[in-house]
Design a protein around this ligand. Structure first.
Ligand code: ZN
Length: 302
């Protein structure tokens, strides 16, 4: 048994189990039922994948479906553990995986080595059996899933919502240990979160499992995560907009916004400072490409 063995698992009841990795506190979620089992982002170390596969086997489901929330390497390593399973992911997933396949394998090997394990399974890019985008309802009895486009961090990202369980699997968003990590203009990420906000207010999410970090329990806790990340994005956007108005270069905007406050700023474990500075650049390029901002009265209502 690994030292953190028992604590690695959280049982959410009703066949839903979450396993947190030793690496990056990455969460894999299992929906277990004799009719159908679903594994969401199974990972990330080989011993952990063995353990997840064992838990699925124990439920002896008639079918296993793998859902991948996005194509980043730490989320896509599990497929080789379930060769017969169907897979579901975003319709941009396959091309991102194909583009990044060598890097994914390199990262998998490196991470395993860092944790005293060996990555023996290789990695092959694959096409999901079901590629979805937009808003997609899915029934895998007894599980009902709503998959939603969730761009901002990765173009192939989806969030997963189990309406009957009031559960949101948030992919790489709404973490208590990471700030939003942009791959595009700030606005893209902000809109993804803003779309979830009315649902959260209405009580659609009683439990939130982020891709990394702790599970949030209760409507208020879920709302707090949303508000904190939206607050960060709004401050980032405002700061960058001011910098652009004043004619600052991207380098000058980076150094000015280095002083901004945000979650995990002084953490030595995660490269949060570097992520924040990259975010400044994405926000800057995004606003620059959008052109000079119009007065509020001229912007379309949302
Ligand atoms: Zn990611």
């Amino acid at each position: 048994m690994t030292p953190e063995g028992p604590k690695a698992w959280t049982d959410l009841g009703g066949g839903i189990r979450v396993r947190q990795s030793r690496a990056f506190r990455m969460n894999s979620v299992l929906l277990l039922h004799p009719t159908a089992a679903v594994a969401v982002d199974p990972g990330v170390l080989p011993s952990e994948l063995d353990e997840l596969a064992g838990a699925v086997r124990e439920a002896s489901p008639r079918s296993v479906t793998l859902v991948f929330t996005h194509a980043h390497w730490d989320h896509v390593l599990g497929r080789a553990w379930w060769p017969g399973a169907k897979s579901v992911a975003h319709d941009r997933f396959a091309s991102e995986l194909n583009r990044d396949r060598e890097r994914i394998l390199g990262e998998a090997r490196g991470l395993a080595g860092k944790h005293g394990e060996t990555w023996e399974r290789g990695f092959e890019a694959f096409r999901p059996d079901l590629a979805v985008s937009g808003l997609h309802f899915m029934r895998l009895d007894p599980w009902r899933l709503v998959l939603r486009d969730a761009p901002g961090h990765c173009d192939s990202q989806l969030s997963l919502h189990l309406p009957e369980r009031r559960l949101l699997l948030a992919a790489d968003m709404l973490s208590d240990i990471e700030i939003p990590w942009l791959n595009r203009a700030c606005e893209v990420y902000r809109r993804t979160l803003e779309d979830l906000l009315p649902l959260a207010r209405g009580g659609a999410f009683e439990t939130l499992v982020p891709g990394h970090g702790s599970i949030a329990r209760g409507r208020e806790a879920v709302l707090m995560r949303l508000h904190r990340d939206l607050d960060y994005l709004e401050r980032l956007e405002t700061g960058v907009r001011d910098a652009l108005r004043q004619g600052l270069t991207v380098e000058a905007a980076r150094s000015r916004l280095e002083t901004m406050e945000y979650l995990g700023k002084d953490s030595s474990e995660t490269p949060t400072r570097e992520i924040h500075l990259q975010n400044v650049e994405h926000a800057y390029r995004g606003l620059e490409a959008a052109g000079p901002s119009k007065p509020p009265s001229a912007s379309p209502a949302r």
